[in-house]
Design a protein around this ligand. Sequence first.
Ligand code: MD3
Ligand code: FE
Length: 217
Amino acid sequence: MSTADLFDELPVTVSRETLAPGAVLLRGFAREEGAALQQAIADVTRQLPFRHLVTPGGYTMSVAMSNCGALGWVSDRSGYRYDALDPLSGRPWPAMPAILRKLAVRAAVPAGFAHFEPDACLVNRYEPGARLSLHQDRDEQDFSAPIVSVSLGLPAVFLFGTPSRKDRPQRHRLQHGDVVVWGGPARLAFHGVAPLADGEHALLGRQRINLTFRRAR
Ligand code: MD3
Ligand code: FE
Protein backbone atom coordinates (compact mmCIF):
# COMPACT_ATOMS: atom_id res chain seq x y z
CA MET A 1 0.00 0.00 0.00
CA SER A 2 1.36 3.41 -0.90
CA THR A 3 1.06 6.54 1.22
CA ALA A 4 -1.50 7.80 -1.29
CA ASP A 5 -3.90 4.99 -0.33
CA LEU A 6 -3.88 6.19 3.25
CA PHE A 7 -4.99 9.61 2.07
CA ASP A 8 -8.15 8.69 0.23
CA GLU A 9 -6.40 7.48 -2.96
CA LEU A 10 -5.18 10.91 -4.02
CA PRO A 11 -1.57 11.18 -5.19
CA VAL A 12 0.48 12.75 -2.38
CA THR A 13 1.05 16.03 -4.24
CA VAL A 14 -2.63 16.64 -4.86
CA SER A 15 -4.99 18.66 -2.68
CA ARG A 16 -8.75 18.60 -2.77
CA GLU A 17 -10.47 21.94 -2.40
CA THR A 18 -14.18 22.73 -2.64
CA LEU A 19 -14.74 25.95 -4.62
CA ALA A 20 -18.50 25.86 -4.14
CA PRO A 21 -21.03 23.11 -3.49
CA GLY A 22 -20.40 20.53 -6.24
CA ALA A 23 -17.18 22.12 -7.57
CA VAL A 24 -14.05 20.23 -6.52
CA LEU A 25 -10.56 21.46 -7.43
CA LEU A 26 -7.81 18.82 -7.51
CA ARG A 27 -4.68 20.94 -7.73
CA GLY A 28 -1.89 19.22 -9.65
CA PHE A 29 -3.90 16.03 -10.27
CA ALA A 30 -2.66 15.78 -13.90
CA ARG A 31 0.75 17.42 -13.47
CA GLU A 32 2.90 14.28 -13.53
CA GLU A 33 1.19 13.10 -16.72
CA GLY A 34 1.52 16.41 -18.55
CA ALA A 35 3.87 15.19 -21.29
CA ALA A 36 1.84 12.04 -22.00
CA LEU A 37 -1.37 14.05 -22.10
CA GLN A 38 0.24 16.51 -24.50
CA GLN A 39 1.15 13.58 -26.78
CA ALA A 40 -2.42 12.28 -26.72
CA ILE A 41 -3.77 15.77 -27.47
CA ALA A 42 -1.34 16.09 -30.38
CA ASP A 43 -2.65 12.77 -31.76
CA VAL A 44 -6.20 14.14 -31.61
CA THR A 45 -5.42 17.54 -33.12
CA ARG A 46 -3.39 15.98 -35.94
CA GLN A 47 -6.60 14.20 -36.93
CA LEU A 48 -8.84 17.17 -36.17
CA PRO A 49 -6.92 20.47 -36.30
CA PHE A 50 -8.02 23.31 -34.00
CA ARG A 51 -10.73 25.54 -35.47
CA HIS A 52 -12.24 28.86 -34.48
CA LEU A 53 -15.97 28.15 -34.43
CA VAL A 54 -18.63 30.76 -35.12
CA THR A 55 -21.35 31.46 -32.54
CA PRO A 56 -25.04 31.54 -33.47
CA GLY A 57 -24.76 35.34 -33.16
CA GLY A 58 -22.08 35.41 -35.85
CA TYR A 59 -18.96 36.02 -33.72
CA THR A 60 -15.81 33.98 -34.32
CA MET A 61 -14.57 32.55 -31.02
CA SER A 62 -11.08 33.54 -29.86
CA VAL A 63 -10.65 30.07 -28.36
CA ALA A 64 -9.78 27.39 -30.93
CA MET A 65 -11.44 23.98 -30.51
CA SER A 66 -11.01 20.32 -31.36
CA ASN A 67 -12.99 17.28 -30.19
CA CYS A 68 -12.54 13.61 -29.49
CA GLY A 69 -14.93 10.86 -28.45
CA ALA A 70 -18.23 9.53 -29.81
CA LEU A 71 -19.78 12.99 -29.75
CA GLY A 72 -18.32 16.39 -30.55
CA TRP A 73 -19.50 19.86 -29.57
CA VAL A 74 -20.31 22.12 -32.48
CA SER A 75 -21.30 25.77 -32.84
CA ASP A 76 -22.39 27.48 -36.02
CA ARG A 77 -24.99 29.98 -37.23
CA SER A 78 -27.76 27.45 -36.52
CA GLY A 79 -26.86 26.95 -32.82
CA TYR A 80 -24.86 24.84 -30.37
CA ARG A 81 -25.18 21.06 -30.31
CA TYR A 82 -23.43 17.71 -29.96
CA ASP A 83 -23.07 15.69 -33.12
CA ALA A 84 -21.70 12.20 -33.86
CA LEU A 85 -20.21 13.51 -37.11
CA ASP A 86 -17.99 16.48 -37.84
CA PRO A 87 -20.19 18.75 -39.97
CA LEU A 88 -17.13 19.91 -41.93
CA SER A 89 -15.91 16.46 -43.03
CA GLY A 90 -19.03 14.34 -42.47
CA ARG A 91 -16.83 11.89 -40.57
CA PRO A 92 -16.77 10.68 -36.94
CA TRP A 93 -14.56 12.53 -34.45
CA PRO A 94 -11.16 11.12 -33.44
CA ALA A 95 -11.47 8.44 -30.76
CA MET A 96 -10.94 9.54 -27.15
CA PRO A 97 -7.42 8.38 -26.23
CA ALA A 98 -7.50 5.95 -23.27
CA ILE A 99 -5.06 8.05 -21.26
CA LEU A 100 -7.44 11.03 -21.46
CA ARG A 101 -10.58 9.05 -20.64
CA LYS A 102 -8.90 7.30 -17.72
CA LEU A 103 -7.68 10.56 -16.24
CA ALA A 104 -11.22 12.00 -16.29
CA VAL A 105 -12.78 8.87 -14.80
CA ARG A 106 -10.12 8.76 -12.06
CA ALA A 107 -10.56 12.45 -11.19
CA ALA A 108 -14.34 12.14 -10.87
CA VAL A 109 -14.05 9.57 -8.05
CA PRO A 110 -12.70 11.79 -5.23
CA ALA A 111 -15.37 14.35 -6.22
CA GLY A 112 -18.08 11.79 -5.53
CA PHE A 113 -18.76 10.48 -9.05
CA ALA A 114 -17.71 6.85 -9.10
CA HIS A 115 -19.25 5.92 -12.47
CA PHE A 116 -18.48 8.82 -14.81
CA GLU A 117 -18.59 7.65 -18.44
CA PRO A 118 -17.62 10.56 -20.69
CA ASP A 119 -18.66 10.28 -24.35
CA ALA A 120 -17.27 13.68 -25.43
CA CYS A 121 -14.08 15.60 -24.83
CA LEU A 122 -13.83 19.20 -26.01
CA VAL A 123 -10.26 20.44 -26.46
CA ASN A 124 -9.92 24.22 -26.09
CA ARG A 125 -6.75 26.10 -27.07
CA TYR A 126 -6.13 29.62 -25.70
CA GLU A 127 -3.41 31.80 -27.15
CA PRO A 128 -2.56 35.10 -25.42
CA GLY A 129 -5.65 37.34 -25.44
CA ALA A 130 -8.13 34.51 -26.02
CA ARG A 131 -11.09 34.44 -23.64
CA LEU A 132 -14.37 32.68 -23.06
CA SER A 133 -17.31 34.82 -22.02
CA LEU A 134 -19.67 33.78 -19.22
CA HIS A 135 -21.93 30.92 -20.25
CA GLN A 136 -23.65 27.77 -19.00
CA ASP A 137 -22.99 24.30 -20.39
CA ARG A 138 -26.48 23.02 -21.08
CA ASP A 139 -26.26 21.20 -24.40
CA GLU A 140 -25.83 17.86 -22.60
CA GLN A 141 -28.85 15.64 -22.00
CA ASP A 142 -28.21 14.58 -18.42
CA PHE A 143 -27.09 17.19 -15.90
CA SER A 144 -26.63 14.54 -13.20
CA ALA A 145 -23.25 13.70 -14.80
CA PRO A 146 -20.40 16.06 -13.91
CA ILE A 147 -18.03 17.86 -16.25
CA VAL A 148 -14.34 17.21 -15.61
CA SER A 149 -11.92 19.92 -16.73
CA VAL A 150 -8.14 19.64 -17.08
CA SER A 151 -5.93 22.72 -17.46
CA LEU A 152 -2.53 22.47 -19.19
CA GLY A 153 0.08 25.07 -20.09
CA LEU A 154 -0.17 28.78 -19.23
CA PRO A 155 -2.23 29.72 -16.16
CA ALA A 156 -5.65 31.33 -16.61
CA VAL A 157 -8.10 33.25 -14.47
CA PHE A 158 -11.26 31.22 -14.39
CA LEU A 159 -14.57 32.92 -13.56
CA PHE A 160 -17.11 30.86 -11.70
CA GLY A 161 -20.56 32.15 -10.81
CA THR A 162 -23.87 30.56 -9.90
CA PRO A 163 -26.83 29.34 -11.98
CA SER A 164 -27.94 32.99 -12.07
CA ARG A 165 -26.15 35.31 -14.51
CA LYS A 166 -26.67 38.24 -12.11
CA ASP A 167 -24.38 36.89 -9.38
CA ARG A 168 -20.81 38.18 -9.48
CA PRO A 169 -18.44 35.30 -10.31
CA GLN A 170 -15.56 34.12 -8.10
CA ARG A 171 -12.12 34.21 -9.73
CA HIS A 172 -9.72 31.28 -9.53
CA ARG A 173 -6.29 30.89 -11.04
CA LEU A 174 -6.05 27.52 -12.79
CA GLN A 175 -2.57 26.19 -13.45
CA HIS A 176 -0.90 23.43 -15.43
CA GLY A 177 -2.13 20.07 -14.15
CA ASP A 178 -5.14 21.37 -12.23
CA VAL A 179 -8.34 19.33 -12.57
CA VAL A 180 -11.80 20.54 -11.57
CA VAL A 181 -14.92 18.41 -11.31
CA TRP A 182 -18.19 20.32 -11.73
CA GLY A 183 -21.24 18.42 -10.56
CA GLY A 184 -24.43 18.71 -8.56
CA PRO A 185 -25.36 22.32 -7.81
CA ALA A 186 -22.26 23.60 -9.69
CA ARG A 187 -23.21 21.86 -12.92
CA LEU A 188 -25.32 24.71 -14.28
CA ALA A 189 -23.20 27.57 -12.92
CA PHE A 190 -22.21 30.40 -15.24
CA HIS A 191 -18.47 30.31 -15.95
CA GLY A 192 -15.86 31.77 -18.27
CA VAL A 193 -12.17 32.50 -18.74
CA ALA A 194 -10.53 35.97 -18.57
CA PRO A 195 -8.27 36.98 -21.49
CA LEU A 196 -5.14 34.82 -21.35
CA ALA A 197 -2.03 36.69 -20.22
CA ASP A 198 1.06 36.24 -22.37
CA GLY A 199 3.79 33.94 -21.10
CA GLU A 200 5.83 30.90 -21.92
CA HIS A 201 5.13 27.49 -20.42
CA ALA A 202 8.00 24.98 -20.19
CA LEU A 203 6.01 22.14 -21.77
CA LEU A 204 3.30 23.82 -23.88
CA GLY A 205 4.89 27.11 -24.87
CA ARG A 206 2.73 30.16 -25.47
CA GLN A 207 -0.70 28.63 -24.94
CA ARG A 208 -3.16 27.09 -22.54
CA ILE A 209 -5.05 23.91 -23.39
CA ASN A 210 -8.19 22.94 -21.52
CA LEU A 211 -9.90 19.58 -21.80
CA THR A 212 -13.53 19.19 -20.75
CA PHE A 213 -14.93 15.69 -20.45
CA ARG A 214 -18.67 15.43 -20.74
CA ARG A 215 -21.52 12.96 -20.78
CA ALA A 216 -23.45 14.45 -23.68
CA ARG A 217 -25.98 11.58 -24.14
C1 MD3 B 1 -18.52 24.90 -14.50
N1 MD3 B 1 -14.20 25.74 -20.78
O1 MD3 B 1 -15.45 24.32 -22.66
S1 MD3 B 1 -13.22 24.65 -17.97
C2 MD3 B 1 -16.17 24.97 -21.88
O2 MD3 B 1 -11.13 26.73 -19.43
C3 MD3 B 1 -15.51 25.80 -20.85
O3 MD3 B 1 -11.71 26.20 -21.44
C4 MD3 B 1 -13.43 26.57 -19.90
O4 MD3 B 1 -16.17 26.48 -20.13
C5 MD3 B 1 -11.99 26.47 -20.28
O5 MD3 B 1 -17.40 24.94 -21.87
C6 MD3 B 1 -13.67 26.26 -18.50
C7 MD3 B 1 -14.09 24.58 -16.48
C8 MD3 B 1 -15.55 24.33 -16.57
C9 MD3 B 1 -16.09 23.60 -17.59
C10 MD3 B 1 -17.43 23.31 -17.60
C11 MD3 B 1 -18.25 23.74 -16.57
C12 MD3 B 1 -16.36 24.77 -15.57
C13 MD3 B 1 -17.70 24.48 -15.54
C14 MD3 B 1 -19.62 23.43 -16.52
C15 MD3 B 1 -20.39 23.84 -15.47
C16 MD3 B 1 -19.84 24.58 -14.46
FE1 FE C 1 -18.27 25.86 -20.29
